[in-house]
Design a protein around this ligand. Structure first.
Ligand code: GLG
Length: 838
């Protein structure tokens, strides 16, 4: 790599090179310097927010030093790199993570104390970076943590949304969305005003023959929007590798605004173009597992893919290797179909700009991409209308048609007898208007396709991609079961449990190799260990109870059984099943005599999660939960026996408080609908048990921890189709009598105006109960009773939780990343040198 400082001056440079703080005093000196200079505050006006700023900047300096070294090391070694393209990265807070990964938190805590601040207060000043909706975005964030920790040369690429996922407020029991402007102070990002890409939209394609008779396509007369890079350092745990997350921000391409218009008095018109351009990266679409075909969304996708690909190709070209080497230098993973336009975009670059022949370009493309599918729900499968793609990306539509034509020929040759197959697998759906099926394009343009848990990966092969398994053979399809980073979801969220484990295992190696957890199973009968383990769970419940009181004014008893369901609100995840079960429990309590009530296991039912703003049924479910809470929590007969809490604005930093505090968490999706789920892993790793259906990763959790340690219920995925069919056609579909009782009190207005809940009830009673709430209700209630009984035997319960924790090693995202690296990316780690100094 060329250095910009001449040989003769490098000694001086090196002498003054930035260094990391090493002691408490050095830390304090940097914090004070940043507060006084970078933030222009003083001894007299330093509040907790400013203290957060000072600490964040001090740690940021450390990260930047290692980040620069890592980037330089990767530039000179020039190994194969991984590029993880994800429209969402749900990062949460960065400071605590930086301190833990860098390993200086204790020093900082002491130093901060000397300056007059408490570490917890300072940490909680930070806003969540909430550039994601739910599981898919958080998975991407866990993957970045693992990639850095395992020393893989890897980049994340996404958009720098001005507004992340909205903040949820509950007003009179209803969800209200409030914009999340999170950038007013974000010390973790670095604008790279020198790293820009002009991205084209609209226009048309001109074709001509060159002298050699070759067809040339020129995409011209479009509109340009500039992408500006913003970089964020991603530190690994216990390693100096610090990778890069690059976020693109959009701005108008020629100057700031139109001066001719400005000078002629058309002030508003003069800034219109600028605003139009900035709109592209303005806001994250707040839908989880739902796609709605809006032009701005397609613009976001192309803008991000084009900028990222330009950047990746630019980096590749620096190495001056032949094009056929591209797949040996570059692995691109498509996180869902959102970045699928990267496939025709790379084709366009190779064909139109680099002059490669189709076959060579296509072979490079297929070897470069891998595609991860995250759902089989039909409403989540992306399709874009052909006229829209034609209008916005005319050249890409031609390339997609050419890809499809070649593919159709291939299918025709290989399956001459199955004429229907062509229509079924075509990238273009012959509807009105015609639609581009993005998932098919992603499958055809990639060398590997993976699902995110075993059941899910099997299901995609027998449902949405069945024909493609025939066409390509089964080896193109694989599974990588999801995982979570134990740094954030154990060490950071539950420091006391992490410390207890470390005390038994002789250190924190388990945070880098989570399978070492199996060694704590030896302590399952150790009195001292059991006592501490139980105390830690209790303390975590106290912490959540305290939060519940502060945030919602609801007092809950930490000795109650804490039952938690936190995730996006969606009919397939069945929060309605949970709340109907709560109502049923309430009715049973009301029926009891005071004597009988004394024998009941007290319980708190916690809910949390956002509904997509346009998802009316999900909003109704939130409303019902809050209405039930209002009745139950104020019923003198009930007291502590049952409480219902809706935790407002569920997000990553709240999950860090919530996940360690469960006795039971609920993962109760209709079998076959939840691809994996990842909060199930977080709850079990923190010593909670699960009530769940045989769905997603619940199945593998059961395999790992043993079926005695999980409460499974409900119909199996192989029976779902028949049940649905019977609901609609057999005529004798009867609602479960216990559920009927619940509906009767809702209809009677026990939880407020019944009309508000009629669509929810009718979706089950009259419209076929697509999510099998009634079919699973009895088995759900019975299983909840088993849980109450099991919880009475605290010793047996404790044994189950300790055993489960010790068997969760498989669910580290480090294991996932090693599997991707080996099966899909073919990349090797690039470890930092042992000695300091790059
Ligand atoms: C998905 C699924 C989840 C899955 C997550 C990460 O719904 O089951 O755990 O991604 O793979 N669309 C999603 O958020």
């Amino acid at each position: 790599v060329e250095a910009s400082i001449p040989e003769g001056q490098r000694a001086a440079w090196k002498k003054f090179s930035a260094t990391e703080f090493k002691t408490k005093d050095e830390f304090e000196s940097e914090v004070v310097k940043h507060i006084e200079t970078t933030l222009a505050r003083s001894l007299f006006n330093c509040d907790e927010a400013a203290a957060y700023g000072g600490v964040a900047l001090a740690f940021r300096d450390r990260l930047v030093i290692e980040w620069n070294r890592t980037q330089q090391r990767q530039s000179s070694a020039d190994p194969k790199r991984v590029y993880y393209l994800s429209l969402e990265f749900l990062m949460g807070r960065a400071l605590d993570n930086a301190m833990l990964n860098v390993g200086m938190k204790d020093v900082a805590k002491e130093g901060l104390g000397e300056l007059g601040f408490r570490m917890e207060d300072v940490i909680s000043q930070e806003r969540d970076a909430a550039l994601g909706n739910g599981g898919l975005g958080r998975l991407a964030a866990c993957f970045l943590d693992s990639l850095a920790t395992l020393n893989y040369p890897a980049w994340g690429y996404a958009l720098r949304y001005k507004y992340g996922i909205f903040k949820q407020e509950i007003v009179d029991g209803y969800q209200v969305e409030v914009p999340d402007y999170w950038l007013d102070f974000n010390p973790w990002e670095f604008p790279r005003h020198d790293v820009t890409v002009d991205v084209q939209f609209y226009g048309h394609v001109r074709k001509y023959m060159d002298e050699s008779g070759k067809q040339i396509s020129v995409w011209e007369d479009g509109e340009l929007v500039t992408a500006v890079a913003y970089d964020a350092p991603i530190p690994g745990f216990g390693t100096r590798t610090t990778n890069n997350l690059r976020l693109w921000s959009s701005k108008a391409s020629h100057g700031e605004f139109d001066f001719t218009k400005f000078n002629s008095g058309e002030y508003e018109a003069s800034v219109a173009e600028q605003q139009r351009a900035e709109t592209i990266s303005a806001v994250l679409y707040p839908n989880d597992s739902l796609e709605r075909g809006k032009e701005l969304r397609l613009k976001q996708q192309y803008f991000w893919c084009a900028a990222s690909l330009f950047d990746i190709v630019r980096r590749f070209k620096k190495s001056r290797k032949a094009w056929k080497e591209f797949p040996n230098q570059v692995a691109i993973q498509l996180n869902d179909t959102h970045p699928t336009l990267a496939i025709p975009e790379l084709m366009r670059i190779l064909l139109d700009q680099e002059g490669l022949e189709w076959d060579e370009a296509w072979s490079i493309v297929q070897k470069t991409f891998g595609y991860t599918n995250h759902t089989v729900l039909p409403e989540a499968l992306e399709k874009w209308s052909v006229p829209l793609v034609q209008h916005l990306l005319p050249r890409h539509l031609q390339i997609i048609y050419d890809i499809n034509l070649n593919f159709m020929h291939y299918v025709e040759r290989n399956f001459p007898k199955d004429r229907e197959m062509l229509g079924r697998v075509s990238i273009i759906e012959e509807s009105t208007p015609k639609m581009v099926r993005m998932a098919y394009l992603a499958v055809i343009g990639s060398h590997k396709v993976n699902g995110v848990a075993e059941l899910h990966s099997d299901l995609i092969k027998t449902t949405i991609f069945k024909d493609f398994v025939k066409i390509y053979g089964p080896d193109k399809f694989t599974n990588v079961t999801n995982g979570i980073t134990p740094r954030r979801w154990l060490h950071q969220a539950n420091p006391r449990l992490s410390e207890l484990i470390a005390s038994k295992l002789g250190g924190y190696d388990f945070l880098r190799d989570l399978t070492l957890l199996h060694k704590i199973e030896a302590y399952v009968d150790d009195k001292e260990f059991r006592k501490e383990f139980q105390e830690i769970k209790y303390a975590n419940k106290v912490r959540l109870a305290k939060y519940t009181k502060e945030a919602h004014g609801i007092s809950v008893n930490p000795s109650s059984l804490f039952d938690i369901q936190v995730k996006r609100i969606h009919e397939y995840k069945r929060q309605q099943l949970n709340i109907f079960g709560v109502i049923y429990r309430y009715l049973e309590l009301k029926d009891m005599s005071p004597e009988e009530r004394k024998k009941v296991q007290p319980r708190v039912s916690f809910f949390g999660g956002k509904a997509a703003p346009g998802y009316w049924m999900a909003k109704t479910i939130i409303h019902l939960i809050n209405q039930v809470g209002a009745v139950v929590n104020n019923d003198k007969d009930i007291g502590d026996l049952l409480k219902v809490v809706f935790l407002e604005d569920y997000n990553v930093s709240k999950a860090e408080i919530i996940c360690p505090a469960s006795d039971i968490s609920e993962h109760i999706s209709t079998a076959g609908t939840e691809a994996s789920g990842t909060s199930n892993m977080k709850f079990v790793l923190n010593g909670g048990l699960v009530i769940g259906t045989c769905d997603g990763a619940n199945i593998e959790i059961t395999r790992e921890i043993g079926e005695d340690n999980i409460f499974l219920f409900g119909n199996l995925s192989e029976d779902v189709e028949d049940l649905r069919h019977a609901h609609t056609y057999s005529g004798d579909f009867a609602i479960d009598p216990k559920l009927e009782r619940v509906f009767a009190v809702i209809r009677a207005g026990r939880f407020g105006d019944a009309a508000q809940f009629s669509a929810l009830v009718n979706s089950i009673v009259e419209h076929g109960d697509y999510y099998l709430v009634s079919d699973d209700f009895a088995s759900y209630i019975d299983t909840q009773k088993l849980i109450d009984a099991a919880y009475k035997d605290q010793e047996a319960w404790l044994t189950k939780t300790i055993t489960s924790v010790s068997r969760m090693g498989f669910f580290s995202s480090d294991r996932c990343i090693d599997e991707y690296a080996e099966m899909i990316w073919n990349v090797e780690p690039l470890a930092p040198p042992k000695q300091n100094g790059a």
